[in-house]
Ligand binder design. Structure first.
Ligand code: SAM
Length: 246
């Protein structure tokens, strides 16, 4: 069998590509990309001319089968996503699990990841953390999801779109109280920003802005013995305060 490489790419800053990643992408027979048009920019920047094929969420089952067959026939393949580490809230799980079952060699080529990059500068405890990925979009499911996470002592990590981040933070205040947190926005890019402090402060900072742009990771300190139990009225007032800043 040929080798399947899982290659991390930058989060936005093209200088964050590793020498090894460039070499592997040059050497493989085929690059399976989440979005071939998006990846053209990255590959063009490094002068990589290896052929690409699409492997996105919507065709993952079919494309995994196709890629496994190619690996069995001796084609070396590198999997990349639009940003960061493939499979981390990105496509590739089916491909890697099937390749593992078949005994196809799988070699990760490490690099960027938004959760770890942001965590390292968040100022929150790093000895233990839980990556929760994208929370559910529906309010009821989101509330259950957060309530389930409320007892964890480890730092919690969420990915969220800028359109939904205010709602995530206000729902988190309801579920957890006003814990210490950090919002990392636009990591590695020109307008990189960290907002550190209690959730209510992050909420009011964002609430004061006309629009929230850019990709976000939210870090929330885990449960501890000293955490204050707020009354529902206090929580409501805090959320309203944050939102009324607009
Ligand atoms: N595979 C990627 C990784 O290793 O981090 C994550 C891909 S996921 C589809 C995209 C989410 O990752 C965004 O919604 C955001 O939460 C986070 N993200 C990606 N790039 C980011 C950046 N430059 N700054 C902050 N968050 C980022």
């Amino acid at each position: 069998y040929a080798t399947l490489y899982i290659v991390s790419t930058p989060l936005g800053n093209l200088e964050d590509m590793t020498f090894r990643a460039v070499r592997i992408l040059n050497e493989v027979d085929l690059i399976a990309a989440e979005d071939t048009r998006h990846s053209k920019k990255l590959l063009g920047h490094y002068g990589i001319t290896t052929p690409t094929i699409a492997c996105h969420e919507h065709n993952e089952t079919q494309s995994a089968q196709d890629l496994i067959q190619r690996l069995e026939n001796g084609t070396t393949i590198a999997l990349i996503s639009d940003a960061g580490t493939p499979l981390i809230s990105d496509p590739g799980y089916r491909l890697v699990s099937q390749a593992g079952e078949k005994g196809i060699p799988i070699v990760p080529v490490p690099g960027c990841n938004a959760a770890i990059t942001g965590l390292s500068a968040s100022g929150l405890p790093t000895d233990s953390f839980i990556f929760l990925g994208f929370p559910p979009k529906k309010q009821g499911r989101l509330d259950n999801f957060l309530n389930d996470a409320a007892h964890h002592k480890a730092t919690l990590i969420f990915y969220e779109s800028p359109r939904r981040v205010i709602r995530l933070i206000s729902s988190a205040i309801t579920a957890f109280g006003d814990r210490q947190a950090c919002l990392a926005r636009e990591l590695t890019k020109q307008y990189e920003e960290f907002i550190r402090g209690p959730l209510s402060l992050i909420l009011s900072t964002l609430g004061a802005r006309a629009t929230i742009k850019g990709e976000c990771v939210l870090f929330i300190k885990g449960a501890d013995e000293q955490s204050v139990d707020l009354s529902l009225d206090q929580i409501e007032a805090m959320i309203m305060d944050g939102l009324n800043q607009n």
